[in-house]
Ligand binder design. Structure first.
Ligand SMILES: *Cc1c(COP(=O)(O)O)cnc(C)c1O
Length: 436
């Protein structure tokens, strides 16, 4: 019988309960109900600090851009803006939320493989920092908008460098057959560069690549740096193109379970910086600003989701199910990517783990599993169960499947808690439902 695994990185308070940001999770569950996503704000700030630290120590121009699809909420944009970060958005909705949350427009970059003309127009009107152009159709859409508005904008060219990250195929994005970006190998990227250079309405600031997500080692990033910088060298020779920005994307791994051992943020960043400097110097190019786009590595480990234990089903010798009051509607990742999590009982996080159970949700799907083979103490209805590391791609992928309202989200820091997204109500879900 072992102790809860990830609990070592959590606070246990004097009552023996799990605490988040100094707040007792049982109090949180009582005050706001469950399911509840509770962030420890100091953990977000600490990740940001560590990413920045490497750049400050190396004294290189940089920008840390929060990939906001990991957790998009007005308070989150406000927080990362206060910490000096920019953000990337991938839709009009994220852009709208970022602006409402107070992110300065010049620090926003817009990503995506099918940005709609209306979304591009919104970005141009808001005067955002740059658009990461992804394909030829988009260049045409954007050009039409800029002509009509007699306007111009900074763009960054997204390149698919032909690198396969060692991760799940749904979150691997740098390979040649990716739906994202201009492929280098076939000459698409170069053709796009020429179009952009010739276009007086688009100021090509630099290049971008994103090789995938949940990456644990720096190897893929170093390979990407080598490819990207040799491309910059080639483009400098051919077109005298000098990139102001080399954006290497995100995907820095997060610790979802004890088995996950990603490099710490400052080590990832330091290895990237070293690789860029070496390669840039070898070619005698001017050092561009190095941009990175962490999403899950900023938000993921900072939150735990709290659920209330409900019913149970035991099939002796086969399996034991413990059901909670949420599930795939607030965390689709296990069903979508076979993502793994751990679980602990918030009311007794250090109790002996006497059973191995499958934690399931309340949704009408057999795939509605949150944790397979969770080691837990014996549970009882009404116990509060915590699943750590659910701060990224949980709420943002949430749905109203089975007409379950989406959970509430709370920010906790120094013993205080602040509701940042209230729980959805049944009426909220009927807002757009007009009847006949
Ligand atoms: C999703 C994404 C990120 C962030 O990925 P994480 O795994 O959350 O760090 C960064 N950049 C781009 C272009 C992305 O699509």
């Amino acid at each position: 019988m072992k102790l809860a695994n990830l609990s070592d990185s959590f606070e246990i308070n004097q009552a023996g309960h799990l605490a988040i940001g100094g707040v007792d999770t049982l109090k949180l569950a009582k005050k706001y109900g469950t399911p509840l996503i509770a962030y420890d704000v100091s953990k977000i700030k600490s990740k940001i600090k560590h990413f920045k630290q490497a750049f400050i120590e190396a004294n290189v121009p940089y920008r840390v851009v929060y990939a906001s699809k990991a957790f998009s909420a007005m308070a989150m944009y406000q927080l990362v803006a206060q910490e000096g970060l920019g953000c990337d958005v991938v839709s009009g909705g994220e852009l709208y939320t970022a602006l409402k949350g107070g992110m300065p427009p010049e620090r926003i970059e817009f990503h995506g493989n099918n940005k709609l003309p209306a979304e591009l127009e919104m970005a141009v009107d808001a005067k955002i920092g740059c658009i990461v152009v992804d394909n030829f159709q988009e260049i045409e859409f954007l050009d039409n908008i800029l002509r009509a508005k007699k306007s111009s904008i900074a763009v960054v060219l997204r390149v698919a460098p032909g690198i396969e990250a060692e991760t799940h195929k749904y979150i691997s994005t740098g390979q040649e057959n990716s739906k994202f970006g201009f492929d280098v190998h076939s000459g698409q990227a170069e053709k796009a560069l020429k179009q952009l250079i010739e276009n007086p309405r688009m100021n090509v600031k630099g290049v971008h690549c994103h090789i995938g997500s949940q990456i644990f080692s720096a190897k893929g990033f170093v390979m990407a740096v080598e490819k990207m910088v040799s491309l910059l060298h080639e483009w400098y020779e051919k077109y005298s193109f000098e990139a102001e920005v080399l954006n290497l994307g995100g995907g820095f791994g997060t610790r979802y379970t004890e088995q996950d051992q990603p490099l710490p943020p400052e080590v990832f960043a330091a290895k990237i910086i070293t690789a860029v400097k070496e390669k840039i110097n070898a070619y005698g190019l001017k050092l561009p600003a190095i941009w990175i786009e962490p999403g899950r590595s900023l938000a993921g480990e900072a939150a735990a989701t709290l659920y209330t234990v409900g019913s149970r089903k035991d099939v002796e010798g086969v399996c034991h199910f413990v059901a909670v009051d949420g599930g795939m509607g607030d965390n689709i990742r296990p069903a979508l990517y076979q993502a793994k999590y751990e679980a602990m009982l918030a009311n007794k996080p250090k109790a002996l783990q006497e059973q191995i159970v499958t934690i399931v949700g309340k949704y009408c799907e057999s795939g509605d599993i949150l944790v397979q083979d969770a080691s837990l103490p014996i549970t009882h209805p009404g116990d509060i169960l915590a699943i750590p590391s659910t701060g990224a791609y949980g709420y943002t992928m949430a749905s109203n499947y089975n007409r379950n309202p989406r959970p509430a989200v709370v920010f906790c820091e120094n013993g205080t808690d602040q509701l940042i997204i209230r729980r959805e109500t049944y009426d909220d879900m009927l807002n757009c439902d007009l009847g006949m």
